[in-house]
Unconditional design. Structure first.
Length: 94
């Protein structure tokens, strides 16, 4: 299995009934003024990338070290907003 490039990574999260996938071409807008993550931890370092480099796409942030799991979590926590394509919803068979 080949490793995906950063641009090919997509953020995915699941609920009981569906799986949602974020498009890497979406532009990220940060909705918080300060870093909400615990200082000194890796997630805080990765979130700082968004604060220091505003207005980029998910793919560009992935290339800087931000992860698809970060994107899914930060979106669910309403730390970020995505502009562009809506998340793709796929129903999960029961």
């Amino acid at each position: 299995m080949s490793k995906k490039t950063f641009a090919e990574q997509v953020a995915t999260w699941k609920t009981d009934k569906a799986e949602y996938t974020l498009d890497p071409s979406n532009t990220v807008t940060v909705l918080v003024e300060t870093n909400p993550k615990q200082a000194g931890k890796k997630p805080a370092e990765r979130f700082q990338l968004l604060l220091d480099n505003p207005g980029r796409t998910l793919a560009e942030y992935y290339a800087l070290g931000y992860t698809k799991d970060d994107a899914a979590w930060d979106k669910m926590q309403k730390y970020i907003q995505l502009k562009g394509k809506r998340p793709v919803k796929r129903k999960i068979a029961s």
